[in-house]
Design a protein around this ligand. Structure first.
Ligand code: SF4
Length: 158
């Protein structure tokens, strides 16, 4: 696509901002995502997460931890402004303010041997509210301890 055509398409997409009560189209979402990534690459963009304070989800994983290996601690999300300001949670220097991930794809705050969070008291709101029992990307069947065979596909070691 020629550069002018591409620019026209970009401007058209920007002008298609929906009313507040309308959903964004897939194309608009993809476009916004691409623009954000580009801005972050250039070091002129930052994303904060928006989390409503809700009740914490407390789960006794028991022996399931040896099956899931805390794969939820490899998921990507943006920290809230307050979490960044408090300074307890490491964030990705290349993509502010997404939570940091080590080379193995896991959170730097995860103890790799025990699968425990080493900033438990200060962990982000997203971690507090996440319920893996309801996430089919992790568990096909929580009760029967059946993990989704694709749960680890996004990790570099896969
Ligand atoms: S902060 Fe703790 S609970 Fe949250 S992803 Fe990192 S290790 Fe997991």
């Amino acid at each position: 696509m020629r550069e002018e055509e591409k620019m026209d398409k970009d401007i058209t997409l920007l002008n298609q901002t929906p009313d507040d009560d309308q959903e964004l189209s897939e194309e608009q979402r993809a476009y916004i995502q691409k623009m954000l990534e580009r801005l972050m690459e250039l070091g002129i963009g930052a994303v904060y997460g928006v989390e409503e304070a809700n009740d914490e989800v407390m789960i006794d994983h028991g022996e399931r931890l040896s099956i899931c290996r805390a794969v939820c601690c490899s998921f990507i999300f943006a920290l809230t402004k307050e979490e960044v300001q408090k300074g307890h949670v490491q964030w990705n220097r290349k993509r502010p303010y997404f939570i940091a991930r080590d080379e193995d794809g896991f959170c730097p705050h995860l103890d790799r041997e025990t699968f425990r969070c080493n900033i438990w008291e200060e962990r982000p709101e997203r971690c507090r509210q996440y319920d893996c029992r309801k996430d089919p990307n992790v568990w096909l069947d929580w009760e029967k301890k059946v993990i989704n065979p694709n749960a680890f596909d996004h990790l570099p070691s896969k």
